[in-house]
Design a protein. Structure first.
Ligand code: ADP
Ligand code: MG
Length: 329
């Protein structure tokens, strides 16, 4: 069956039927607005992301189910990067009338599975016909106790720079697809099924360990630069310290130029944070406890030091890698 046969309200009803009741949700899908409660003494954290077919994803490389999961996951990752707990999610969806209902069902299943895995409830959205590509807009609302959320602006000279997980895997998978190759399943999963680091982000925030934090959507070089600009600081990163997966290292041996993807590749959705040196051990333990290892990759410096990369031989070069800019090439 095509979406054109089911209709907008048929689709919304089918989504609504799959969402159960949840604490804090007085009204979810079905009214003019959702009516929600957040715990006393907490603040609301909201974030939104747009995913456009052919710009952010291709059905040749991702399934509708994984797309639903990823659309939610990347938003949860933004709340994780503030140290918050994601609670509610909204899905705006535009797709062509000849889209298969089965494909939409798979997408919605992905959305609901990812939300459920993290205790998040779908409470609303909007649906319309697209004359061409799919457009997906997901909004997340989370909470954090007042005064605990971590911004990008708190890094101080002397803080250490830490990153979770491994770098460049997602960009490497994309690079292989773009060359007409098939990445191994582990790498493909790193691209299609990012894991929002919610528990780790909360631990770092609630214990007051992270002075600044961001999730990696554009690569360490670009995302650390966002922290440095907001914090009016500089930094030095050690190239030998960047955490790389076995799958990434295997490819890197054959193609040394791939190192640029570890620095500047997008969509890892790992957490990048700065932590006072005296508390680095505590932060590393938080990584161990939450099952998401953290690695120290560098040091925050005075702004005048700039942003630089030190290689294994001791050579230093400035890092001015710009992340992906949708309007500039
Ligand atoms: P309105 O005309 O007020 O925008 P709609 O008919 O678009 O209302 O939506 C009806 C209800 O269904 C609203 O509660 C809205 O949040 C929800 N909704 C619409 N599209 C989606 C979607 N794609 N996912 C989840 N909820 C949706
Ligand atoms: Mg509407």
């Amino acid at each position: 069956m095509k979406l054109g046969d089911l209709g907008e309200f048929g689709l919304i009803d089918s989504i609504r039927a799959r969402v159960g009741a949840a604490p804090g949700v007085y009204r979810g899908i079905g009214d003019d607005a959702a009516e929600l409660e957040i715990p006393a003494g907490h603040r609301l954290l909201t974030s939104t992301d747009l995913l456009l077919e052919e710009v952010h994803f291709r059905f040749a490389w991702t399934s509708a189910y994984d797309l639903g999961r990823k659309a939610v996951a990347v938003n949860l990752s933004d709340v994780a990067a503030m140290g918050g707990l994601p609670r509610f999610v909204y899905v705006g969806l535009a797709c062509p009338a000849d889209a298969e209902v089965a494909q939409l069902d798979a997408f919605v299943t992905g959305v609901l599975d990812e939300a459920a895995e993290h205790g998040v409830i779908l409470v609303g959205g909007d649906t319309c016909r697209s004359p061409g590509p799919w457009v997906i807009s997901v909004t997340v609302e989370g909470t954090a106790p007042a005064g605990t959320a971590v911004g990008r602006d708190g890094a101080h000279p002397g803080d250490l720079v830490l990153v979770s997980g491994t770098l460049g895997d997602s960009a490497l998978a994309l690079d292989l697809w773009q060359q007409g190759k098939t990445p191994d399943p582990w790498l493909a999963t790193r691209h299609n099924r990012p894991l929002p680091r919610i528990a780790l982000g909360r631990e770092l925030a609630l214990a007051g360990l992270a002075t600044a934090m961001i999730d990696l959507s554009d690569g360490v070089a670009s995302d650390l630069e966002h922290i440095l600009q907001a914090s009016k600081a500089g930094a030095e990163i050690l190239s030998s310290a960047l955490p790389l997966s076995p799958a990434f290292r295997t490819q890197l041996e054959r193609r040394p130029e791939l190192f640029d993807l570890a620095l500047g590749g997008g969509e890892d959705y790992e957490l990048l944070c700065t932590v006072p040196a005296a508390r680095a051990e505590e932060a590393l333990s938080a990584g161990t406890r939450t099952g998401v290892p953290l690695t120290i990759i560098g040091t925050v410096m005075e702004r005048g030091a700039g942003f630089r990369l030190r290689d294994a031989a001791g050579g230093v070069r400035p890092l001015r890698v710009r992340g992906y800019d949708h309007f500039c090439r």
